[in-house]
Design a protein around this ligand. Sequence first.
Ligand code: BES
Ligand code: MN
Ligand code: ZN
Length: 501
Amino acid sequence: MTLKHQRVELKVQRLKASDKLRCDLLVVLFAPERRGLSPSIRQALSRQKSALVATIERGLADWSSEDESYLIRSSGLPGIQNILLLQLKEDDADTLPRQYARRVGEHCRSIRAQSVVVQPNRASLFSRTALEMFVEEFTLSFYSYRAYKSEQASNYRGPRTLGLLGLPAAIPHAASSARAIASACAFARDLVNMPPSDCTPRYLAKVAEQIAREQRLRCQIFDERALRRMGAHAILAVGSGSAQESYLIRLSYRPRRTARAPIALVGKGVTFDSGGLCIKTRAGMSHMKADMAGAAAVLGVMQIVRELEPSNEIDVYIPAVENMLGSHAFRPGDVLRSLSGKTIEVLNTDAEGRLILADALSYAVKMGAHTIIDIATLTGACATALADGYAGLFCNDERLTARLVACGVHSGEPVWPLPLPARYRKYLKSSVADMKNTGTERGGGAITAALFLQHFVGKARWAHLDIAGTAYAEDPDFFGVCGATGFGTRILSHFVAGRPL
Ligand code: BES
Ligand code: MN
Ligand code: ZN
Protein backbone atom coordinates (compact mmCIF):
# COMPACT_ATOMS: atom_id res chain seq x y z
CA MET A 1 0.00 0.00 0.00
CA THR A 2 2.12 2.87 -1.20
CA LEU A 3 1.02 6.40 -1.60
CA LYS A 4 2.24 8.32 -4.54
CA HIS A 5 1.35 11.89 -4.99
CA GLN A 6 3.12 13.83 -7.60
CA ARG A 7 4.11 17.35 -6.93
CA VAL A 8 3.26 19.69 -9.71
CA GLU A 9 6.44 20.68 -11.48
CA LEU A 10 5.31 23.41 -13.81
CA LYS A 11 7.87 26.19 -13.82
CA VAL A 12 6.32 29.65 -14.08
CA GLN A 13 8.51 32.38 -15.50
CA ARG A 14 8.00 36.06 -15.98
CA LEU A 15 9.25 37.22 -19.36
CA LYS A 16 10.15 40.74 -20.37
CA ALA A 17 9.26 42.08 -23.79
CA SER A 18 12.96 42.06 -24.66
CA ASP A 19 13.44 38.34 -23.74
CA LYS A 20 13.91 36.03 -26.68
CA LEU A 21 10.85 33.78 -27.05
CA ARG A 22 11.31 30.05 -27.56
CA CYS A 23 8.22 27.92 -27.09
CA ASP A 24 6.03 25.20 -28.54
CA LEU A 25 2.99 27.40 -28.13
CA LEU A 26 2.53 31.15 -27.90
CA VAL A 27 -0.94 32.10 -26.70
CA VAL A 28 -2.35 35.55 -27.31
CA LEU A 29 -5.42 36.19 -25.20
CA PHE A 30 -8.14 38.58 -26.19
CA ALA A 31 -10.66 39.89 -23.71
CA PRO A 32 -14.32 39.27 -24.66
CA GLU A 33 -15.45 41.45 -27.57
CA ARG A 34 -11.98 42.83 -28.10
CA ARG A 35 -10.32 41.02 -30.92
CA GLY A 36 -7.27 43.04 -31.82
CA LEU A 37 -3.79 43.74 -30.63
CA SER A 38 -3.55 46.73 -28.33
CA PRO A 39 -0.94 49.28 -29.48
CA SER A 40 1.37 48.56 -26.55
CA ILE A 41 1.20 44.83 -27.17
CA ARG A 42 1.82 45.28 -30.86
CA GLN A 43 4.89 47.29 -29.97
CA ALA A 44 6.13 44.72 -27.46
CA LEU A 45 5.59 41.82 -29.86
CA SER A 46 7.27 43.56 -32.76
CA ARG A 47 10.39 43.90 -30.64
CA GLN A 48 10.40 40.12 -30.53
CA LYS A 49 10.42 39.22 -34.17
CA SER A 50 9.42 41.55 -36.88
CA ALA A 51 7.34 38.86 -38.61
CA LEU A 52 5.43 37.94 -35.45
CA VAL A 53 2.92 40.77 -35.53
CA ALA A 54 2.29 40.22 -39.23
CA THR A 55 1.68 36.49 -38.64
CA ILE A 56 -0.73 37.20 -35.79
CA GLU A 57 -2.57 39.83 -37.78
CA ARG A 58 -2.96 37.48 -40.71
CA GLY A 59 -4.42 34.97 -38.25
CA LEU A 60 -6.75 37.61 -36.84
CA ALA A 61 -8.05 38.34 -40.32
CA ASP A 62 -8.68 34.64 -41.04
CA TRP A 63 -10.30 33.92 -37.70
CA SER A 64 -14.04 33.51 -38.16
CA SER A 65 -16.13 35.43 -35.70
CA GLU A 66 -17.98 32.38 -34.29
CA ASP A 67 -14.88 30.53 -33.14
CA GLU A 68 -13.35 31.04 -29.73
CA SER A 69 -9.88 30.22 -30.90
CA TYR A 70 -7.63 30.13 -33.91
CA LEU A 71 -4.52 27.98 -34.02
CA ILE A 72 -1.66 28.95 -36.33
CA ARG A 73 0.26 25.69 -36.68
CA SER A 74 3.95 25.72 -37.58
CA SER A 75 4.15 29.47 -37.59
CA GLY A 76 7.36 29.42 -39.60
CA LEU A 77 8.87 31.83 -37.12
CA PRO A 78 12.13 30.66 -35.58
CA GLY A 79 11.66 29.51 -31.97
CA ILE A 80 7.86 29.73 -31.94
CA GLN A 81 6.22 26.53 -33.15
CA ASN A 82 2.51 27.33 -32.89
CA ILE A 83 0.46 30.39 -32.09
CA LEU A 84 -2.97 30.24 -30.47
CA LEU A 85 -5.33 33.19 -30.64
CA LEU A 86 -7.97 32.82 -27.96
CA GLN A 87 -11.02 34.85 -27.09
CA LEU A 88 -13.76 33.77 -24.74
CA LYS A 89 -17.30 35.06 -24.82
CA GLU A 90 -17.85 35.30 -21.10
CA ASP A 91 -16.76 38.44 -19.26
CA ASP A 92 -16.87 37.43 -15.65
CA ALA A 93 -13.74 38.43 -13.76
CA ASP A 94 -14.20 35.55 -11.32
CA THR A 95 -14.25 32.81 -13.92
CA LEU A 96 -12.52 34.26 -16.98
CA PRO A 97 -8.93 33.39 -15.99
CA ARG A 98 -10.06 29.83 -15.24
CA GLN A 99 -11.85 29.53 -18.59
CA TYR A 100 -8.73 30.74 -20.37
CA ALA A 101 -6.55 28.34 -18.42
CA ARG A 102 -8.68 25.36 -19.39
CA ARG A 103 -8.76 26.27 -23.06
CA VAL A 104 -5.02 26.82 -23.16
CA GLY A 105 -4.62 23.47 -21.40
CA GLU A 106 -6.74 21.73 -24.05
CA HIS A 107 -4.61 23.13 -26.86
CA CYS A 108 -1.43 22.15 -25.01
CA ARG A 109 -2.73 18.60 -24.87
CA SER A 110 -3.60 18.53 -28.54
CA ILE A 111 -0.05 19.43 -29.57
CA ARG A 112 1.67 17.97 -26.47
CA ALA A 113 3.34 21.29 -25.80
CA GLN A 114 6.31 21.29 -23.44
CA SER A 115 6.74 25.05 -23.26
CA VAL A 116 4.02 27.66 -23.41
CA VAL A 117 4.16 31.42 -23.37
CA VAL A 118 1.04 33.45 -22.67
CA GLN A 119 0.58 37.05 -23.72
CA PRO A 120 -2.45 38.44 -21.84
CA ASN A 121 -2.89 41.37 -24.23
CA ARG A 122 -4.54 43.32 -21.41
CA ALA A 123 -2.96 43.78 -18.02
CA SER A 124 -6.16 43.24 -16.01
CA LEU A 125 -6.32 39.65 -17.21
CA PHE A 126 -3.29 39.07 -15.06
CA SER A 127 -3.82 40.85 -11.84
CA ARG A 128 -2.35 38.92 -8.95
CA THR A 129 -5.64 37.15 -8.26
CA ALA A 130 -6.24 36.40 -11.91
CA LEU A 131 -2.76 34.98 -12.13
CA GLU A 132 -3.36 32.68 -9.17
CA MET A 133 -6.56 31.44 -10.77
CA PHE A 134 -4.86 30.93 -14.12
CA VAL A 135 -1.87 28.97 -12.80
CA GLU A 136 -4.01 26.82 -10.49
CA GLU A 137 -6.57 25.95 -13.14
CA PHE A 138 -3.95 25.48 -15.85
CA THR A 139 -2.07 23.01 -13.67
CA LEU A 140 -5.24 21.12 -12.82
CA SER A 141 -6.32 20.97 -16.46
CA PHE A 142 -3.75 18.18 -16.95
CA TYR A 143 -5.15 16.06 -14.15
CA SER A 144 -6.22 12.55 -14.96
CA TYR A 145 -6.49 9.46 -12.79
CA ARG A 146 -4.18 6.79 -14.12
CA ALA A 147 -3.27 4.75 -11.05
CA TYR A 148 -5.11 1.60 -12.15
CA LYS A 149 -4.40 1.73 -15.88
CA SER A 150 -1.87 -0.86 -16.94
CA GLU A 151 -1.45 0.63 -20.36
CA GLN A 152 -0.33 4.24 -20.35
CA ALA A 153 -2.56 5.62 -23.08
CA SER A 154 -0.76 8.93 -22.87
CA ASN A 155 2.09 9.93 -20.68
CA TYR A 156 1.69 13.63 -21.40
CA ARG A 157 1.43 15.54 -18.13
CA GLY A 158 1.34 19.07 -19.42
CA PRO A 159 4.10 21.53 -20.27
CA ARG A 160 7.18 21.95 -18.14
CA THR A 161 7.33 25.72 -18.41
CA LEU A 162 4.78 28.49 -18.54
CA GLY A 163 6.13 31.90 -19.50
CA LEU A 164 4.06 34.99 -18.85
CA LEU A 165 4.86 37.97 -20.98
CA GLY A 166 4.88 41.50 -19.67
CA LEU A 167 3.45 41.13 -16.19
CA PRO A 168 3.71 42.95 -12.89
CA ALA A 169 6.26 41.57 -10.42
CA ALA A 170 4.10 39.78 -7.84
CA ILE A 171 4.42 36.50 -9.68
CA PRO A 172 6.65 34.13 -7.73
CA HIS A 173 4.48 33.95 -4.65
CA ALA A 174 1.17 33.81 -6.51
CA ALA A 175 2.51 31.02 -8.68
CA SER A 176 3.84 28.91 -5.83
CA SER A 177 0.67 29.10 -3.74
CA ALA A 178 -1.43 28.32 -6.83
CA ARG A 179 0.75 25.30 -7.56
CA ALA A 180 0.49 24.07 -3.97
CA ILE A 181 -3.29 24.36 -3.99
CA ALA A 182 -3.52 22.63 -7.37
CA SER A 183 -1.46 19.70 -6.14
CA ALA A 184 -3.54 19.43 -2.95
CA CYS A 185 -6.68 19.34 -5.08
CA ALA A 186 -5.21 16.66 -7.35
CA PHE A 187 -4.28 14.68 -4.26
CA ALA A 188 -7.88 14.85 -2.98
CA ARG A 189 -9.15 13.77 -6.42
CA ASP A 190 -6.83 10.77 -6.38
CA LEU A 191 -8.18 9.68 -3.00
CA VAL A 192 -11.79 10.02 -4.11
CA ASN A 193 -11.19 8.25 -7.43
CA MET A 194 -9.43 5.34 -5.74
CA PRO A 195 -11.52 2.13 -5.68
CA PRO A 196 -13.27 1.55 -2.34
CA SER A 197 -11.70 -1.89 -1.92
CA ASP A 198 -8.34 -0.11 -1.55
CA CYS A 199 -9.43 3.23 -0.11
CA THR A 200 -10.66 1.80 3.20
CA PRO A 201 -10.97 3.57 6.56
CA ARG A 202 -7.57 2.10 7.50
CA TYR A 203 -6.09 3.49 4.30
CA LEU A 204 -7.36 6.98 5.17
CA ALA A 205 -5.66 6.61 8.55
CA LYS A 206 -2.39 5.65 6.83
CA VAL A 207 -2.67 8.66 4.54
CA ALA A 208 -3.17 10.91 7.56
CA GLU A 209 -0.08 9.42 9.21
CA GLN A 210 1.99 10.04 6.13
CA ILE A 211 0.79 13.65 5.89
CA ALA A 212 1.64 14.11 9.55
CA ARG A 213 5.21 12.96 8.89
CA GLU A 214 5.63 15.19 5.87
CA GLN A 215 4.08 18.30 7.39
CA ARG A 216 5.25 17.78 10.98
CA LEU A 217 1.75 17.45 12.46
CA ARG A 218 0.39 15.54 15.40
CA CYS A 219 -1.66 12.54 14.31
CA GLN A 220 -3.99 10.53 16.51
CA ILE A 221 -5.82 7.46 15.26
CA PHE A 222 -8.65 6.18 17.44
CA ASP A 223 -9.51 2.58 16.58
CA GLU A 224 -12.71 0.76 17.58
CA ARG A 225 -11.43 0.05 21.08
CA ALA A 226 -10.62 3.71 21.60
CA LEU A 227 -13.95 4.73 20.09
CA ARG A 228 -15.77 2.49 22.54
CA ARG A 229 -13.83 4.01 25.40
CA MET A 230 -14.68 7.56 24.33
CA GLY A 231 -18.33 6.68 23.77
CA ALA A 232 -18.44 7.29 20.01
CA HIS A 233 -21.27 4.79 19.53
CA ALA A 234 -22.69 6.53 16.48
CA ILE A 235 -19.44 6.02 14.54
CA LEU A 236 -19.24 2.44 15.81
CA ALA A 237 -22.83 1.68 14.81
CA VAL A 238 -22.40 2.87 11.23
CA GLY A 239 -19.23 0.80 10.82
CA SER A 240 -20.64 -2.30 12.48
CA GLY A 241 -21.90 -3.98 9.29
CA SER A 242 -18.49 -3.81 7.63
CA ALA A 243 -15.50 -6.12 7.87
CA GLN A 244 -13.34 -2.98 7.86
CA GLU A 245 -12.35 -1.40 11.16
CA SER A 246 -13.72 2.10 11.85
CA TYR A 247 -11.58 5.02 12.98
CA LEU A 248 -11.66 8.58 14.12
CA ILE A 249 -8.62 10.34 12.74
CA ARG A 250 -7.24 13.60 14.14
CA LEU A 251 -4.49 15.75 12.65
CA SER A 252 -3.31 18.85 14.49
CA TYR A 253 -1.37 21.79 13.15
CA ARG A 254 0.11 24.36 15.51
CA PRO A 255 1.49 27.59 14.04
CA ARG A 256 4.98 28.69 15.00
CA ARG A 257 3.84 32.15 16.11
CA THR A 258 1.38 32.65 18.94
CA ALA A 259 -1.57 30.48 18.15
CA ARG A 260 -5.05 31.83 17.66
CA ALA A 261 -8.36 30.20 18.47
CA PRO A 262 -8.45 26.71 17.01
CA ILE A 263 -10.36 25.95 13.84
CA ALA A 264 -11.68 22.42 13.41
CA LEU A 265 -12.18 20.96 9.94
CA VAL A 266 -14.37 17.86 10.00
CA GLY A 267 -14.59 15.67 6.88
CA LYS A 268 -17.06 12.87 6.29
CA GLY A 269 -15.09 9.71 5.55
CA VAL A 270 -17.54 7.02 4.43
CA THR A 271 -15.27 4.98 2.15
CA PHE A 272 -18.29 3.25 0.63
CA ASP A 273 -21.96 3.94 1.26
CA SER A 274 -24.13 0.97 0.33
CA GLY A 275 -26.94 2.48 2.40
CA GLY A 276 -26.63 -0.31 4.98
CA LEU A 277 -29.75 -2.38 5.61
CA CYS A 278 -31.77 0.43 3.99
CA ILE A 279 -29.83 -0.51 0.89
CA LYS A 280 -29.48 1.87 -2.03
CA THR A 281 -30.48 1.02 -5.59
CA ARG A 282 -27.84 -0.02 -8.09
CA ALA A 283 -27.83 3.45 -9.65
CA GLY A 284 -27.84 5.13 -6.25
CA MET A 285 -24.74 3.20 -5.22
CA SER A 286 -22.70 3.74 -8.35
CA HIS A 287 -20.48 6.60 -7.15
CA MET A 288 -20.61 5.91 -3.44
CA LYS A 289 -16.86 5.42 -3.27
CA ALA A 290 -16.94 9.23 -3.36
CA ASP A 291 -18.69 9.40 0.01
CA MET A 292 -15.33 10.19 1.64
CA ALA A 293 -14.83 13.33 -0.47
CA GLY A 294 -15.14 15.56 2.61
CA ALA A 295 -12.31 13.63 4.25
CA ALA A 296 -10.24 13.87 1.06
CA ALA A 297 -10.72 17.65 0.95
CA VAL A 298 -9.52 18.22 4.51
CA LEU A 299 -6.59 15.83 3.99
CA GLY A 300 -5.72 17.82 0.86
CA VAL A 301 -5.63 21.01 2.91
CA MET A 302 -3.37 19.42 5.54
CA GLN A 303 -1.05 18.10 2.87
CA ILE A 304 0.00 21.70 2.12
CA VAL A 305 -0.76 23.32 5.48
CA ARG A 306 2.85 24.48 6.03
CA GLU A 307 2.72 26.33 2.72
CA LEU A 308 -0.61 27.95 3.57
CA GLU A 309 0.84 29.20 6.87
CA PRO A 310 -2.43 29.66 8.74
CA SER A 311 -2.21 31.79 11.87
CA ASN A 312 -4.93 29.76 13.60
CA GLU A 313 -4.43 26.35 15.11
CA ILE A 314 -6.07 23.75 12.90
CA ASP A 315 -7.45 20.40 13.91
CA VAL A 316 -8.78 18.00 11.33
CA TYR A 317 -11.21 15.27 12.39
CA ILE A 318 -12.23 12.43 10.11
CA PRO A 319 -14.72 9.78 11.13
CA ALA A 320 -13.78 6.97 8.73
CA VAL A 321 -16.17 4.06 8.23
CA GLU A 322 -17.66 1.81 5.59
CA ASN A 323 -21.47 1.61 5.55
CA MET A 324 -22.26 -2.02 4.73
CA LEU A 325 -24.78 -4.79 5.36
CA GLY A 326 -23.93 -7.74 7.54
CA SER A 327 -25.23 -9.70 10.48
CA HIS A 328 -23.65 -7.12 12.80
CA ALA A 329 -25.07 -4.14 10.92
CA PHE A 330 -27.05 -1.50 12.80
CA ARG A 331 -30.77 -1.49 12.05
CA PRO A 332 -33.71 0.87 11.61
CA GLY A 333 -35.22 1.14 15.07
CA ASP A 334 -31.90 1.03 16.92
CA VAL A 335 -31.27 3.80 19.41
CA LEU A 336 -27.67 4.99 19.64
CA ARG A 337 -26.08 6.85 22.52
CA SER A 338 -23.84 9.37 20.81
CA LEU A 339 -20.59 10.73 22.20
CA SER A 340 -22.42 13.86 23.33
CA GLY A 341 -24.75 11.75 25.48
CA LYS A 342 -27.74 12.56 23.27
CA THR A 343 -29.66 9.51 22.02
CA ILE A 344 -30.56 9.04 18.37
CA GLU A 345 -33.24 6.81 16.92
CA VAL A 346 -32.11 5.35 13.61
CA LEU A 347 -34.94 5.36 11.10
CA ASN A 348 -32.79 5.07 8.00
CA THR A 349 -29.35 3.44 7.96
CA ASP A 350 -28.63 5.38 4.76
CA ALA A 351 -28.63 8.65 6.73
CA GLU A 352 -25.27 7.55 8.15
CA GLY A 353 -23.21 10.65 7.43
CA ARG A 354 -24.94 12.76 10.07
CA LEU A 355 -24.45 9.97 12.63
CA ILE A 356 -20.68 9.75 12.28
CA LEU A 357 -20.42 13.55 12.00
CA ALA A 358 -22.41 13.94 15.22
CA ASP A 359 -19.68 12.11 17.15
CA ALA A 360 -16.83 13.86 15.33
CA LEU A 361 -18.40 17.30 15.91
CA SER A 362 -18.99 16.55 19.60
CA TYR A 363 -15.39 15.47 19.94
CA ALA A 364 -14.14 18.65 18.22
CA VAL A 365 -16.25 20.73 20.64
CA LYS A 366 -14.87 18.74 23.56
CA MET A 367 -11.33 19.46 22.35
CA GLY A 368 -12.07 23.19 22.51
CA ALA A 369 -12.78 24.08 18.88
CA HIS A 370 -13.86 27.67 18.54
CA THR A 371 -14.81 27.59 14.86
CA ILE A 372 -15.89 24.38 13.14
CA ILE A 373 -16.33 23.73 9.44
CA ASP A 374 -17.59 20.34 8.41
CA ILE A 375 -17.65 19.13 4.85
CA ALA A 376 -19.67 16.16 3.73
CA THR A 377 -21.37 14.44 0.80
CA LEU A 378 -24.41 14.50 3.03
CA THR A 379 -27.69 14.59 1.11
CA GLY A 380 -29.04 13.87 -2.34
CA ALA A 381 -31.50 16.66 -1.52
CA CYS A 382 -28.70 19.24 -1.62
CA ALA A 383 -27.66 18.00 -5.06
CA THR A 384 -31.31 18.32 -6.12
CA ALA A 385 -31.50 21.90 -4.84
CA LEU A 386 -28.21 23.24 -6.22
CA ALA A 387 -27.15 20.66 -8.84
CA ASP A 388 -23.48 20.17 -9.60
CA GLY A 389 -22.00 23.69 -9.58
CA TYR A 390 -22.59 24.92 -6.02
CA ALA A 391 -22.18 23.33 -2.63
CA GLY A 392 -24.76 24.07 0.04
CA LEU A 393 -23.58 26.27 2.91
CA PHE A 394 -25.28 26.20 6.30
CA CYS A 395 -23.85 28.52 8.93
CA ASN A 396 -24.74 30.03 12.30
CA ASP A 397 -22.59 33.15 11.86
CA GLU A 398 -22.99 35.91 9.27
CA ARG A 399 -19.33 36.88 9.07
CA LEU A 400 -18.26 33.30 8.56
CA THR A 401 -20.93 32.92 5.85
CA ALA A 402 -19.60 35.99 4.02
CA ARG A 403 -16.01 34.77 4.29
CA LEU A 404 -16.83 31.33 2.92
CA VAL A 405 -18.91 32.72 0.06
CA ALA A 406 -16.02 35.01 -0.90
CA CYS A 407 -13.44 32.20 -0.65
CA GLY A 408 -15.73 30.08 -2.81
CA VAL A 409 -15.87 32.65 -5.59
CA HIS A 410 -12.15 33.27 -5.54
CA SER A 411 -11.16 29.63 -5.33
CA GLY A 412 -13.45 28.38 -8.10
CA GLU A 413 -15.48 26.31 -5.65
CA PRO A 414 -18.67 28.30 -5.11
CA VAL A 415 -21.03 27.74 -2.20
CA TRP A 416 -24.56 29.01 -1.73
CA PRO A 417 -26.18 29.79 1.65
CA LEU A 418 -29.25 27.83 2.72
CA PRO A 419 -31.29 28.42 5.91
CA LEU A 420 -31.21 26.77 9.33
CA PRO A 421 -34.78 27.51 10.46
CA ALA A 422 -35.43 26.71 14.13
CA ARG A 423 -39.03 25.95 13.24
CA TYR A 424 -37.95 22.91 11.25
CA ARG A 425 -36.32 21.30 14.29
CA LYS A 426 -39.62 19.62 15.02
CA TYR A 427 -39.07 17.35 12.01
CA LEU A 428 -36.27 15.61 13.90
CA LYS A 429 -38.38 14.78 16.97
CA SER A 430 -38.41 11.12 17.93
CA SER A 431 -41.02 9.35 20.03
CA VAL A 432 -38.41 7.15 21.72
CA ALA A 433 -35.09 9.04 21.71
CA ASP A 434 -33.79 12.63 21.86
CA MET A 435 -33.99 12.84 18.07
CA LYS A 436 -34.24 10.72 14.95
CA ASN A 437 -31.84 10.63 12.05
CA THR A 438 -34.32 11.50 9.30
CA GLY A 439 -36.49 14.52 8.55
CA THR A 440 -39.86 14.76 6.90
CA GLU A 441 -41.11 13.11 3.72
CA ARG A 442 -42.18 16.54 2.55
CA GLY A 443 -38.74 17.77 1.50
CA GLY A 444 -35.98 20.00 2.79
CA GLY A 445 -33.69 17.02 3.27
CA ALA A 446 -30.48 19.08 3.10
CA ILE A 447 -31.85 21.45 5.75
CA THR A 448 -33.04 18.80 8.20
CA ALA A 449 -29.65 17.07 7.88
CA ALA A 450 -27.90 20.36 8.72
CA LEU A 451 -30.28 20.95 11.65
CA PHE A 452 -29.43 17.49 12.91
CA LEU A 453 -25.71 18.36 12.89
CA GLN A 454 -26.38 21.65 14.67
CA HIS A 455 -27.44 19.69 17.76
CA PHE A 456 -23.80 18.63 18.21
CA VAL A 457 -21.84 21.87 17.77
CA GLY A 458 -22.69 23.49 21.09
CA LYS A 459 -21.88 27.20 21.09
CA ALA A 460 -19.16 27.00 18.47
CA ARG A 461 -19.22 29.15 15.38
CA TRP A 462 -20.02 26.56 12.77
CA ALA A 463 -20.42 26.06 9.03
CA HIS A 464 -21.52 22.94 7.20
CA LEU A 465 -20.73 22.38 3.51
CA ASP A 466 -22.91 19.82 1.76
CA ILE A 467 -20.90 18.69 -1.27
CA ALA A 468 -23.15 15.81 -2.40
CA GLY A 469 -23.68 17.54 -5.78
CA THR A 470 -20.17 18.88 -6.35
CA ALA A 471 -17.79 16.15 -5.18
CA TYR A 472 -18.15 13.89 -8.21
CA ALA A 473 -18.84 15.23 -11.70
CA GLU A 474 -20.62 13.56 -14.59
CA ASP A 475 -19.72 16.37 -16.94
CA PRO A 476 -16.61 18.55 -16.91
CA ASP A 477 -18.29 21.93 -17.30
CA PHE A 478 -17.95 23.26 -13.76
CA PHE A 479 -14.71 21.81 -12.48
CA GLY A 480 -12.97 20.79 -15.69
CA VAL A 481 -13.00 17.04 -14.93
CA CYS A 482 -15.23 14.02 -14.87
CA GLY A 483 -15.13 11.95 -11.69
CA ALA A 484 -13.68 13.35 -8.48
CA THR A 485 -13.46 17.15 -8.42
CA GLY A 486 -11.54 17.58 -5.17
CA PHE A 487 -14.23 20.07 -4.16
CA GLY A 488 -13.51 21.63 -0.79
CA THR A 489 -9.74 21.50 -0.98
CA ARG A 490 -9.45 24.86 -2.65
CA ILE A 491 -12.11 26.79 -0.75
CA LEU A 492 -10.80 25.53 2.59
CA SER A 493 -7.19 26.20 1.61
CA HIS A 494 -8.10 29.79 0.78
CA PHE A 495 -10.07 30.00 3.99
CA VAL A 496 -7.34 28.83 6.36
CA ALA A 497 -4.65 30.83 4.56
CA GLY A 498 -6.69 34.03 4.86
CA ARG A 499 -6.94 36.65 7.56
CA PRO A 500 -7.06 35.20 11.07
CA LEU A 501 -10.50 34.73 12.52
N1 BES B 1 -23.92 9.73 0.80
C1 BES B 1 -25.33 9.96 0.71
C2 BES B 1 -25.67 11.29 0.05
C3 BES B 1 -25.33 11.40 -1.42
C4 BES B 1 -26.30 11.14 -2.38
C5 BES B 1 -24.09 11.85 -1.83
C6 BES B 1 -26.00 11.28 -3.72
C7 BES B 1 -23.79 11.97 -3.18
C8 BES B 1 -24.75 11.70 -4.11
C9 BES B 1 -25.94 9.97 2.11
O1 BES B 1 -25.34 9.14 3.04
C10 BES B 1 -27.35 9.53 1.97
O2 BES B 1 -27.55 8.42 1.62
N2 BES B 1 -28.30 10.42 2.25
C11 BES B 1 -29.68 10.11 2.16
C12 BES B 1 -30.38 10.69 3.36
C13 BES B 1 -31.79 10.21 3.53
C14 BES B 1 -31.80 8.72 3.75
C15 BES B 1 -32.42 10.92 4.69
C16 BES B 1 -30.22 10.72 0.87
O3 BES B 1 -29.78 11.81 0.49
O4 BES B 1 -31.03 10.08 0.23
MN1 MN C 1 -26.12 7.18 2.98
ZN1 ZN D 1 -23.35 8.73 2.73
